[in-house]
Design a protein around this ligand. Sequence first.
Ligand SMILES: Cc1cc2nc3c(=O)[nH]c(=O)nc-3n(C[C@H](O)[C@H](O)[C@H](O)COP(=O)(O)OP(=O)(O)OC[C@H]3O[C@@H](n4cnc5c(N)ncnc54)[C@H](O)[C@@H]3O)c2cc1C
Length: 293
Amino acid sequence: MLLPKFDFHEPTTIEEACQIMAELGQKAKLIAGGTDLIVNMKRKVLSPEHLVSLSRIDALKNVDLSDGPLRIGACVTAAALAESEGIKRTFSAFSKGASVLGTPLIRNLATIAGNLVSARPAADLPPSLMAYGAKVVLKKSAGERSVALEDFFRGPGQTVVGKDEILTEILIDKPLGYTGAGYIKLGVRKTLEISLVNVAAFISLDSQDGSIQRARIVLGAVAPIPIRVPSAEQILVGEKPTETLFVRAGETAAQDSRPIDDFRGSAEYRRDMIEVLTRRALEMAFNEARSHE
Ligand SMILES: Cc1cc2nc3c(=O)[nH]c(=O)nc-3n(C[C@H](O)[C@H](O)[C@H](O)COP(=O)(O)OP(=O)(O)OC[C@H]3O[C@@H](n4cnc5c(N)ncnc54)[C@H](O)[C@@H]3O)c2cc1C
């Protein structure tokens, strides 16, 4: 399949990229790793007149784990995220999501911003990032804004990013004290698989043997966008973590989700899996939380 014709732009700074996007508007698309965009262009789903590559902008390739929140540049690849020991240590669930995305070839190209902006319901990076309470920074020539990832997705392939905006950074506050998280992806195959269901869970405890202070449960692939399940989260808050409690949270998450039937799995199977995977993700989060300080 041949690609449609387009003009190619290679800015080397964020400001230059913003300027080009402001001038070209609807006619242009940003390209990072191209693993999503090029497929859509070959299928003729998209045929932009201009492609604006972000791959020569070094400022978008940094991971900053020093003081303050973790800052990840838009063009950091899934492979780099999965290989980072610092990310694995502090954000294990996110590291797991990056390590199961596609294949090594895809992970070497696929960027974090591309994964978020392509807004596939089953994508591997949004659930854990939402569970950690991540924010994204969107820039354009006229200024910048920060958006909580929870408010970022609008539907399959749709986000709040404007035509002239560039997602430049992802920010995640470092979890303090007794906190932990877990991420589980379920597919039909072990590799190169789109999730049937994916679940991320985050909890913080008020002390090593204490009660749950905060909880976030995020489900992917069971709605048009990744969703939190407040009803299941509320069951956890203020309670001592026990197996029975996690089973109840799993049951509630399954009851309050609306998965669909498709060729990869039935809604009933998905609902059963939400129950099981929510419980397991909470157990992972709890085990990490009580071993952390
Ligand atoms: C064979 C195969 C297997 C895959 N398996 C998985 C999988 O298991 N899990 C999973 O989650 N995904 C999977 N994917 C999907 C894909 O790899 C990811 O969505 C990828 O992260 C997209 O990133 P990219 O850098 O390639 O984005 P691109 O294709 O370059 O761009 C995707 C979209 O994001 C926009 N964009 C990119 N960067 C920015 C930015 N900084 N600011 C604003 N807009 C931007 C582009 O304009 C475009 O609309 C798979 C894809 C393929 C082809």
